[in-house]
Design a protein around this ligand. Structure first.
Ligand code: FAD
Ligand code: UDP
Length: 364
């Protein structure tokens, strides 16, 4: 009997939506399921009750060095140029993050020139022959004082782990600069979708070959669907009923707030609180979106162990456990795993798009 759909895709975030569109354009009939009531996964945005465009699942800033990914998404959105800037608040002072010349001069009360910064850091850093953990990364690049000031506390709050318990890749996301560049990212392409992420996802999924069913948990009743092949973008351990045990995913709570009486509350998109407060950071959305609207909306992020899975937790134990699931996943025929939760990788949006595009290239 022919199946109703060529592909069933679980998840309407980047991984699911990009796969769906590519398969649909290749003539495949696709059904996309999501257990949430909206498309877009964690990148979903919407206007709050005051008309401010917010990101309910935390701030999402698009940046990539991949021309392919940028050009692909450009089929579905116009862009607004935006370079994200972040300050860290420590003892009532604000410092540029990533650490740059200005940060160093302010912390140490110096007036170093760019050409002096390298030598200054050389005297501070603790050189590591082998850089394995996030602590190695930070100590090797800036030494203990800056590590304690900007990294150890933030990391403990975000992961409930010490820097030494996380793989190098986590802290390596934040480089150290000897110049005054205070942008959070230096990628070639740094833009926000002009009308927001959700509008972009609507266009990605807008195809006669794609049906979308929301509010459906695939794992609650897997056998009710008629399809040839499956693409799964949820947590890989849940797919296998946690047969090897639970993969740790870090969750967050978001405290959204609208401030009607001010136009802006902070000078940059995000302020990090490495050592003060219970939350890790505050983001003010108008910086990201450039929206011209009265009042302003912010979000505070609180990290937690339980709840919706948002981050894989990169360390050797978890990576070893994931490998067991990955072997099981790789041995499937007609079932494919893609995305941040399914591949247990600390992927940015562009990396998920790239991963989804390459999966579909293999499938068609
Ligand atoms: P998701 O977006 O998680 O989508 C998976 C979907 O699958 C979800 O909608 C889920 O509901 C659905 N699903 C899961 N299980 C089931 C099931 N059983 N049945 C039905 N549906 C199911 N990236 C950047 O590039 N820049 C940023 O600034 C940035 N900021 C971030 C900030 C935060 C707080 C977080 C958490 C992430 C951030 N990211 C950022 C990463 C970005 O969110 C991800 O890379 C991307 O959204 C992952 O897409 P995905 O499709 O793999 O997963
Ligand atoms: N980090 C830190 N201090 C900072 C910013 C980042 O210690 O001011 C560390 C922390 O461990 C964090 C990681 O670097 O989880 C990655 O930061 P990023 O801003 O990329 O996190 P995301 O936006 O993915 O939550």
């Amino acid at each position: 009997m022919t199946k109703k759909y060529d592909f069933l895709i679980v998840g309407a975030g980047y991984a699911g939506a990009v796969c769906a569109r590519q398969l649909a354009d290749a003539g495949k009939k696709v059904l996309v399921l999501d257990k949430r009531q909206h498309i877009g996964g964690n990148a979903y945005d919407e206007k709050d009750e005051n008309g401010v465009l917010i990101h309910p699942y935390g701030p999402h800033i698009f940046h990539t060095n991949s021309k392919k990914v940028f050009e692909y998404l450009s089929h579905f959105t116009d862009w607004r140029f935006y370079e994200h800037r972040v300050l860290a608040r420590v003892n009532g002072q604000y410092y540029p993050i990533p650490i740059n010349r200005l940060t160093i001069n302010k912390v140490f009360g110096l007036n170093l020139k760019e050409e002096d910064v390298e030598a200054f850091l050389d005297a501070k850093r603790i050189p590591k022959d082998s850089v394995k953990t996030s602590e190695d990364v930070v100590l090797n690049s800036v030494g203990p004082e800056l590590c304690e000031m900007f990294f150890r506390g933030y990391t403990k709050k975000q992961w409930n782990l010490d820097l030494s318990e996380l793989s190098a890749g986590v802290a390596a996301r934040i480089p150290t600069r000897t110049n005054d560049d205070d942008r959070y990212f230096t990628d070639t392409y740094q833009f926000m979708p002009a009308e927001g992420y959700t509008v972009m996802f609507e266009k990605i999924l807008d195809s006669a070959n794609i049906d979308v069913n929301l509010n459906v948990d695939f794992l609650a009743d897997r056998d009710q669907w008629s399809y040839e092949k499956l693409i799964y973008t949820g947590p890989v351990d849940a797919f296998y009923d946690y047969c090897y045990g639970r993969l740790p995913y870090r969750s967050l709570s978001f405290e959204h707030q609208h401030l009607a009486s001010v136009e802006s509350t902070q000078t940059v998109g995000t302020v990090n609180y490495p050592n003060e407060e219970k939350f890790t950071r505050i983001t003010e959305f108008k910086h990201l979106t450039g929206q011209n609207v009265s009042g302003t909306s912010i979000v505070r992020e609180y990290s937690k162990a339980e709840g919706d899975p948002y981050y894989p937790v990169p360390n050797p134990n978890n990576e070893a456990l994931y490998k067991k699931y990955q072997e099981k996943a790789d041995s499937e025929s007609g079932v494919y795993f893609v995305g941040r939760l399914a591949q247990y990788r600390y992927y940015n949006m562009d990396q998920v798009v790239a991963s989804a595009l390459s999966l579909v290239e293999k499938l068609i």
